[in-house]
Design a binder for this molecule. Structure first.
Ligand code: AMP
Ligand code: MG
Length: 343
């Protein structure tokens, strides 16, 4: 398949021919990748089973992993759900548009393969001018997972999307690098006390400021439990080389670099700029600062993608504090890793 590629200036979305063309493809049941404030999404008409099937095919995504429905204004939500509980109303008011997905009981309007046959649907309103304009002009709710090949790190630039999906999708709208860098927080709002099924761009602390108590799906803490967000059980975010997550100080980190190098591994290192100054290794990639986890989130997937199997056999990665957006960062790094190296 020939993939259309459009570059868009975010300031000019109102006059963009590219948006019109991309929207027309979506109306013809094709799939198109577009930027959001979190990561790039791969969109299709969420009311069409046939269109949504193409998302699963292009990504190689397991069919039991449901998709999030993207809308352009808050009013649209009630078209797809049975009711909006009071706590969900508060969240919609506070965090939409933004990196929050609310899980509500659906009313059957959305295609069944979007929700993987569940009684609920995840809905979010992206805070990105290109995404919102594309949804508006298409006149469709857009089912959109991250626009990567299933299992790989999510895309934060159009180049990442191109590398994974060129020839497999009808179009890619390039609106520059995304802002937040990690995906939306997925929050189950079908219970009295909302439950975070996937940590993301809106932090637990931010949610609790609005709602009081919010719970974390216990499966997020324990590896043995079956997670309730179906997608959380698959391998995800994997770079080309195995990633080992290191839990320990700089001296321990250096000892491990030396040990694996002696064992014959070409060792790559992914760390904050603070730790980087204390380590000696052949390949060191910096993913932000310990003092600013927001920046680590922004750079996370691009840094994971920058390690090439031709250069490194393993990647040793720093562990970050699980506070604020650090919770989402550590969730992704833990899922990306095949081993924990600790004292
Ligand atoms: P992605 O589209 O790659 O950002 O992943 C979407 C995430 O939201 C996956 O972890 C899904 O399992 C989760 N999700 C989507 N819809 C639902 C739902 N109705 N109930 C629970 N989790 C959901
Ligand atoms: Mg994804």
């Amino acid at each position: 398949m020939e993939t259309n590629y459009w570059q868009i200036d975010q300031q000019q979305v109102g006059q963009s021919q590219a948006i019109e063309q991309a929207a027309a493809l979506l109306q013809q049941q094709q799939v198109v990748a577009f930027p959001t404030e979190t990561v790039y999404g791969l969109g299709a008409d969420a009311t069409s089973k046939q269109a949504v099937d193409k998302i699963f095919q292009a990504k190689g995504r397991p069919a039991d992993n449901p998709l999030i429905v993207h809308i352009a204004n808050r009013e649209q939500i009630k078209e797809y759900v049975t009711s909006i509980p009071a706590h969900a109303e508060k969240l919609i008011e506070a965090f939409m548009p933004g990196p929050l997905t609310v899980i509500l009981e659906h009313n059957g309007t959305i295609a069944k393969n979007v929700t993987a046959g569940l009684s609920t649907v995840g809905i979010r309103m992206p805070d990105h001018p290109v995404a919102r304009r594309l949804i508006e002009v298409s006149g469709l709710p857009l089912a959109a997972p991250s626009a990567n090949q299933s299992g790989k790190p999510s895309p934060t630039t159009a180049k990442h999307v191109y590398d994974d999906l060129n020839g497999r999708v009808a179009g890619i709208v390039d609106g520059g690098p995304t802002g937040v860098g990690v995906e939306s927080t997925v929050l189950d709002c079908t219970q009295d006390i909302p439950v975070i099924l996937r940590p993301g761009g809106i932090t637990k602390e931010e949610l609790e400021e609005v709602l009081g108590t919010v719970m974390l799906d216990p499966a997020l803490a324990k590896t043995g439990d079956k997670p309730r967000a179906p997608g959380m059980k698959y391998t995800h975010y994997e770079p080309e080389a195995p990633l080992w997550l290191v839990k320990g100080d700089a001296a321990f980190f250096q000892a491990k670099i030396d040990q694996y190098r002696e064992q014959g591994y070409k060792v790559g290192v992914m760390v904050s700029k603070e730790l980087a100054t204390q380590l000696q290794a052949e390949t060191i990639k910096v993913c932000g600062s310990q003092a600013d986890l927001t920046q680590v989130a922004v750079q996370l997937y691009d840094t994971l993608r920058a390690f090439k199997i031709s250069d490194v056999d393993i990647i040793l990665c720093e562990s970050f504090p699980e506070q604020g957006v650090g919770q989402a960062v550590m969730n992704r790094l833990t899922k990306a890793s095949s081993r924990i190296v600790r004292n």
